[in-house]
Write a protein that binds this ligand. Sequence first.
Ligand SMILES: O=P(O)(O)OC[C@H]1O[C@H](OP(=O)(O)OP(=O)(O)O)[C@H](O)[C@@H]1O
Ligand SMILES: [Mg+2]
Length: 166
Amino acid sequence: MSLPEKAFPVSWDQFHRDARALAWRLAGANKGQWKAIVCITRGGLVPAAIISRELGIRVIETVCVASYHDYASQGQLQVLKEVTPALLADDGAGVLIIDDLTDTGKTAGIVRAMMPKAHFATVYAKPKGRPMVDTFVTEVSQDTWIYFPWDMGFTYQKPIADDHAG
Ligand SMILES: O=P(O)(O)OC[C@H]1O[C@H](OP(=O)(O)OP(=O)(O)O)[C@H](O)[C@@H]1O
Ligand SMILES: [Mg+2]
């Protein structure tokens, strides 16, 4: 397994701003009129809360998918819970699918296949997954790992000069 070389840490403030920026973009698509959000757990839960608030969407459904069982290592994709059949009608037209990011695009591919006419949006996208999403905010390179605020805590930081001492 090759670990990503670069780190892209995201604070709660930055995530809130980026998720709001996604809501602004989505307000312009489909005139912001979505009949429901389907969020991909667990990462999609946080942006879904922010976007549902901004766009006034009150019907929220989950599709539960797990694949990264260890840090930066993707395993077999498992669908733990499917979407309610009511939203699968008409191939998911009018549904807004939300996730925190797309990386290889595998998760997006599986959920897209369930609702081919839905609009797929993520806050962040890496190049391999980018063709799978309709709307996103920030692209990061494939060799970058995004650290989300819910996965982090405060730790001591060495002064920069310590690494430069001769
Ligand atoms: O584009 P991919 O390579 O498929 O990766 C993207 C998916 O990986 C992460 O979820 P994960 O499966 O780790 O579960 P989690 O949301 O519960 O953390 C992330 O939240 C996306 O859903
Ligand atoms: Mg996820």
